[in-house]
Design a protein around this ligand. Sequence first.
Ligand code: HEM
Ligand SMILES: [Cu+2]
Length: 570
Amino acid sequence: MTSSSVHADAAPEADSHAHHAPQSFWSKYIFSVDHKIIGLQYTLTGIFMAVVGVYMSYVFRMHLANPAAHIPFYGVLSPAAYNSLVTNHGTIMIFWVAMPILLAGLGNYCIPLMIGCDDMVFPRVNRLSFQVFFLSTVLLLVGFMAPGGAFGGAWTSYPPLSAKVEYNLTPHGNVIWLLAVALEIVAFLLGGINFVTTAMNSRAKGMKMFDMPVLVWMIVIATIIFMMSVGPLVAGAVMLLLDQTLGTHFFAAQGGDPVLWQHLFWFFGHPEVYVLLLPELGVVCEIICVFSRKPLFGYKTIVYTTFMVGILSMIVWAHHQFIAGIDPRMASIFSLTTIIISIPVAVIMFAMIATLFKGSIEFKVPMLWAIGLIVEFLLGGVTGIYLGSSALDVYFHDTYFVVAHFHYTLIPLVAFGGFAIFTYYFPKVTGKMLDERLGRIHFWGSAIAFNFIFIPLFFSGLAGEHRRIYDYSGFAELTTPHMQSLRTMATHALLVMIAFQIPFVINVIKSLLKGAPAGANPWKANTLEWTADSPPPHGNWAELPEVYRGPYEYSVPGREQDYWPQNAAN
Ligand code: HEM
Ligand SMILES: [Cu+2]
C-alpha cells in the first residue's frame, strides 16, 4: 500500500498540490477537480432539486386536499400536469436528490478526507462525472418546456404507457425523460469508479481495511451494488427508447413483453433503495459514536452484514411484480427473500442501538437527526413486511399504503439523513458552527410534521385509496368525509413541515455570516477528516497523516481524553 498521493489521470509533475492549486474562479469552483468542490457541487444541485421535488409534492397534495381549486404559487392543476408532477417528483427525489446528496456529494467530500489522502485517484474523471450529471439535470428540466409537456407515465416508466405516444401523450417528454435518466446513470458510474479505486488504493500509511471508518465501507458497498444492478436497466432503457422512437416491440404485446421491463427496472430499482440506505447507516454510525463517546458496537459484524445486505438486495426485486401475473411459486420465493433481507438490516440497526447503551449521550442536533432516522426508518421498514407477503400485496399493491411505506423509509434517509450530514459536516465545510436552538426547532417541527403527512396515508391506503389518481370523485367509497379529512390532514402537515424549514434557512444564513468559529475538531471526533483544517485546503493536508489505530477509540480506559484520533502518535 503506497502512501496516498496517486493521481492516475494527472500529469506526473503536477502531483504536489502547491503546483496545481486552482487560481481563477472558474478553475476553482466551476471546472474544479478537487473532490471537496465536486462533492459540494453535487450536494448543492441535490438541494436545489429537493426544493423542486417538494414544490411538486406541495402542488399535487394541495390539489388532493382541494380538488380543482386554485393552488397558491401554481394555479389550477390539470390531469396531465398531475401525472407529470407525480412522475417527476418521484424521479427527481430518487435520482436528483437522494443520489447526489447521499452518495455522490457525501462520498466525494468524505472519502479522501476519511482515508487520509489528498484527492480521488481520477480527479478529471470525477469532474466529468459531475458535468454529465449537471447536463442530465438540465435535460430533465428542459422536458417541462417540451411541446406536449413533461413525461407523465410514472417514475417506473412501465410500457406500454411509456412506450406509446398515443397512450402517454407526451411525444417529446417521454424520450427526454429517458435520456436524462440514462445520462444520470452514466454520471454515477463514472463517480463510482473513483469511490472504489480510491478507497482501495489511497489509504493513509498505516490504515488497514478494517481501520477505515464504516461510512467509507458503506459508500463503497453501495457503489458496488449500484454498478452490479444498473446494467439490465441501461439495456432496458435502450430497448424502450427504440420502442418509443422506432416502433420496435421489445415491450409491446406483439412478440415482446411489457413485464420484462418491470423485471429490468426493479432488478435495479430495489437494490437502489439500499444504495441510498447504506451511506445513511454509515453516517448514523459515525454520529452516534461521536455523540455517545462510545466505540461502535460490532464494527466487523456491521461490515460483513452489509455485504450480506448487498447480496440479498439483488434477489428481492420481483416483490414488485406480485400482481403482474408472475408464477405464484416464484412469488413465494421472492416473498421469502424479501422477509429475509430485513434480518441483516435489523442486525445493523441493533448494533447501532447497542452502541448507545451506557454511552454519555449528548443530544446535539446531528445526533437528534441520527436517532430520528433510526426510529422513523424502523417504522417504515416494519410496514414493508406486510407488502413483502405476496398474499397481502394482492390487496395493498398500488394503494396509498405503499406510498406511505416507501416515504416512511425514503424520507428518513433523504431528509433526516440529509440534515444529519448537513449539521454534522457544516463546521468542517464552512469553519463555522450552526445555532443549536434554531437547529432543535427545525428538527422537532420537521420530524413531528413528517409523521402527520404519512400516517393518514397508511389509513387511506388501508381503506383502498389508490395512488396516481387525479380525481377520486368517481369512487364513492373514496370521497367520504372521513377519506377527505385524511387527505386534508396529510396536506396540512406538509405545509407545516415546509414552514419549519424557515428556521433552518435562517440558521444557515446567520451562521455563514457570523457563526462561532468551528476549529478543526469541534465534535472531538477520531476520524481523519477532523484532523484537517475547517474548511480543508486544496490537497487537504500539508503533510498526509499516518494512522496508528481504528476510528472508534472513544472512552478508552486509562486515557485522560475520551477520544483518540487515528493519527495521534500516542
Ligand atoms: C415532503 C416530502 C414529500 C411528500 C409530501 C411526498 C408526497 C408524495 C405523494 C403524495 C406521492 C403519491 C402521489 C400519487 O400517487 O398520486 C408521492 C409519490 C412519490 N414520491 Fe414522494 N413525497 C415527498 C418526498 C419524497 C422523497 C424524499 C422521495 C424519495 C427519495 C419521494 C419519492 C416518491 C416516489 C418515487 C413517488 C412515486 C411517483 C410515481 O408514482 O411515479 N418522495 N410523493
Ligand atoms: Cu422493492
